[in-house]
Write a new protein. Structure first.
Length: 126
């Protein structure tokens, strides 16, 4: 089996030495997506809700480029800078996913790249 890298202009460019996603077999490993606008490379949204929405849109774009989707996600990890925003981020998350939901973790962190409040990564199948 060979490893393939995924790149799409519909999601932000990587901000470091990594790829948007790696496909191995029928699994897609998406790098964390912060809420950057793919066109401008700038932070999209000032609220946790807006940022969560952009993170999910970015994940959708990367997964689509890999031949997958959010509905094929097996695990999603969410990083947030304030656990008090957990419920509002859940509301946005629920707009993008439906049952059967993937496994998930949500972790509070002290800071995220580019000053974002939210970052999300995913593992999915093709």
């Amino acid at each position: 089996m060979e490893r393939k890298t995924v790149h799409t202009g519909n999601a932000p460019e990587a901000v470091g030495p990594y790829v948007q996603a790696t496909v191995y077999g029928n699994l897609v490993f998406c790098s964390g997506q912060v809420p950057l606008d793919p066109a401008s490379g700038e932070l999209a949204g000032s609220t946790p809700e807006e940022q969560a929405r952009q993170c999910l849109k970015n994940l959708q774009a990367v997964l689509a480029a890999a031949g997958s989707s959010l509905q094929q996600a097996l695990k999603i990890t969410i990083y947030i800078t304030d656990m008090k925003q957990f419920s509002v981020i859940n509301e946005v998350y629920a707009q993008f996913l439906q049952e059967p939901y993937p496994a998930r973790a949500c972790v509070e962190v002290s800071a995220l790249p580019k000053g974002a409040d939210v970052e999300m990564e995913a593992i999915a199948f093709t």
